[in-house]
Design a protein around this ligand. Structure first.
Ligand code: DON
Length: 314
């Protein structure tokens, strides 16, 4: 028997589902607080909301502010990881782990007793290792990432927000400490200021929900890019999805898996991407964050999506 609200057919009316979710989110009482550690993020309205879905053929549906660019922040860690794995294969995993940290995304605490090897590529320490590696492989990590995102989203207007990058840099002592500490273990190869410059530019990239849903499509297509060429093996795409599921929302990853049941990656700009392998990708944006740095309305919207459609990996 198929319960009435579980749609297992290929013809799900995604637009109607998104509209129903937007209506429900409109009535959500608490929205959390916008990130306040840099002024450019603090002025975002916690009540803004947008959501987009891209199917594996590149058809996009959206509601609310789904075409409004926002600060992608840590969501970009998914793409740098994919770009490094595509070129470098498993070598990366000698330098960064694949376990949830159970700690805040900017924590230093595990690095000393784990000898400068970060727990996973989605906490800041791990992302710095990945960007450092991408710099070695490309000579210009942030431009390489930007070119990839423009191509996969089909939007040539995507760019850095240099004001956000400068603001990150001005408040970047914690990330600098992480990078210097790992450099002392030989796990960072480039000068720390060069690495931080690329990392802050990476985090400052502005994209809309539609752009991000499309750019994440290779993870739903088992490693195939929008033009049908292969970026990752099927196995590598599975691995990234698995690390997103276990580590993509930091010390809230268990609760995200429980509520949403999809691989997901959040950023402090209020965005979250999620993947339904073989089917579609989602991006939701609402700048109000919970105490772990994840969008309150974003998690609620993804929770409703998988509940209404039955589209989860479980
Ligand atoms: O490294 C930082 O602090 C930011 N540029 C990115 C943080 C972030 O998005 C973590 N996510 N929830």
């Amino acid at each position: 028997m198929n319960p009435i609200n579980i749609d297992t057919s290929p013809g799900t009316d995604y637009q109607s589902v998104l509209e129903e979710i937007a209506d429900e989110i409109g009535a959500l009482p608490g929205r959390g607080r916008s990130a306040d550690y840099i002024p450019a993020l603090a002025c975002a309205d916690p009540r803004s909301f947008g959501m987009a879905l891209a199917d594996v053929d590149g058809n996009v549906h959206g509601v609310g502010e789904w075409r409004t660019p926002f600060s992608t922040q840590s969501i970009t860690k998914v793409f740098t990881l994919a770009l490094v794995l595509a070129r470098d294969g498993a070598d990366l995993w000698e330098h960064v782990g694949r376990e949830p940290s159970g700690n805040p995304f900017n924590s230093l605490v595990q690095l000393e007793y784990e000898h400068g090897i970060p727990r996973n590529p989605f906490i800041n320490a791990g992302a710095l290792v990945v960007t450092d590696r991408l710099q070695s492989l490309t000579g210009d990590a942030s431009e390489d990432l930007l070119a990839f995102l423009r191509t996969e989203s089909g939007n040539p207007d995507i760019g850095f927000d240099l004001e956000v990058a400068a603001s990150e840099s001005a408040h970047g002592d914690r990330n600098a400490a992480l990078a210097h500490f790992m450099a002392s273990y030989g796990n960072i190869r480039h000068p720390v200021p060069t690495l931080l410059d690329h990392y802050f530019r990476q985090c400052s990239i502005e994209m809309s929900c539609a752009d991000l849903a499309l750019a994440t499509g290779f993870l739903a297509r088992h490693g195939l890019l929008a033009d049908g060429s292969r970026l990752l093996s099927r196995s590598e795409a599975k691995q990234i999805n698995a690390v997103m599921m276990t580590c993509g929302t930091y010390d809230a990853a268990g609760n995200f898996a429980y509520r949403v049941g999809l691989p997901g990656k959040s950023g402090v700009g209020g965005g979250i991407v999620a993947v339904v392998p073989g089917r579609c990708t989602l991006c939701v944006w609402s700048p109000g964050l919970d105490e772990r740095g994840n969008s309150v309305a974003g998690v609620a919207a993804l929770d409703r999506f998988t509940t209404l459609t039955g589209l989860s990996v479980f």
